[in-house]
Ligand binder design. Structure first.
Ligand code: RP5
Length: 174
């Protein structure tokens, strides 16, 4: 196990089913991680305490997911000088557009690297890529991951060619 740490934070436990995708990626790559429910609004003191002591505890990247009036990633970025990746969670009322805009439109000077709505998997991968800039083992693992991904797509195109579109669509629907 590498000694690099990523903190995965989310505004509510209702975000966990989405944020799990980030945790799965970090675990797959053997990146030590910690997961917490911390809200910018409901637990602002605890959020501040956690974030301001994160570097001391070894956190190098924070992934923060939030929905609706999604201030958590931005508030964290204001207190944590290393990379913060924001995951906009799909909300009930506005399908996550509110979350996306709340997270992505940061003032110049305090960036949040924002992924797509519910794209926690990409947040996990981006965190791994950031860490891989100074970790050869992780960088090699990323190459293997991309190679496997490429093979999967090429297998699909081969299957589509052999089967034809109609048959392929039937299998897709199952
Ligand atoms: C946000 O409010 C959370 O990140 C969550 O996406 C949303 C709804 O929270 P719950 O009412 O489900 O706790 O702060």
């Amino acid at each position: 196990m590498s000694n690099i740490t990523v903190s995965v934070l989310m505004g509510s436990d209702s975000d966990l089913p989405v944020m799990k995708d980030a945790l799965d990626i970090l675990n797959k790559f053997g990146v030590v991680n910690e997961v917490m429910v911390l809200s910018a609004h409901r637990t602002f003191e605890e959020t501040r305490e956690y974030t301001t002591s994160a570097i001391e505890r070894g956190t190098k990247v924070i992934i923060a997911g939030a929905g609706g009036s999604a201030h958590l990633p931005g508030v964290i970025a204001a207190m944590f000088p290393l990379p913060v990746i924001g995951v906009p969670i799909k909300s009930k009322s506005l399908e996550g557009l509110d979350s996306l805009l709340s997270i992505v439109q940061m003032p110049p000077g305090i960036p949040v690297a924002t992924v797509g709505i519910n794209s926690a998997k990409n947040a996990g991968l981006l965190a791994v890529q950031i860490l891989a800039t100074s970790d050869k083992e992780l960088s090699e693992k990323l190459n293997v991951f991309r190679l496997k991904q490429k093979e999967t797509v090429l297998e699909k195109t081969e299957k589509l060619k052999t089967m034809g579109m109609e048959k392929y669509l039937k299998i897709l629907k199952k």
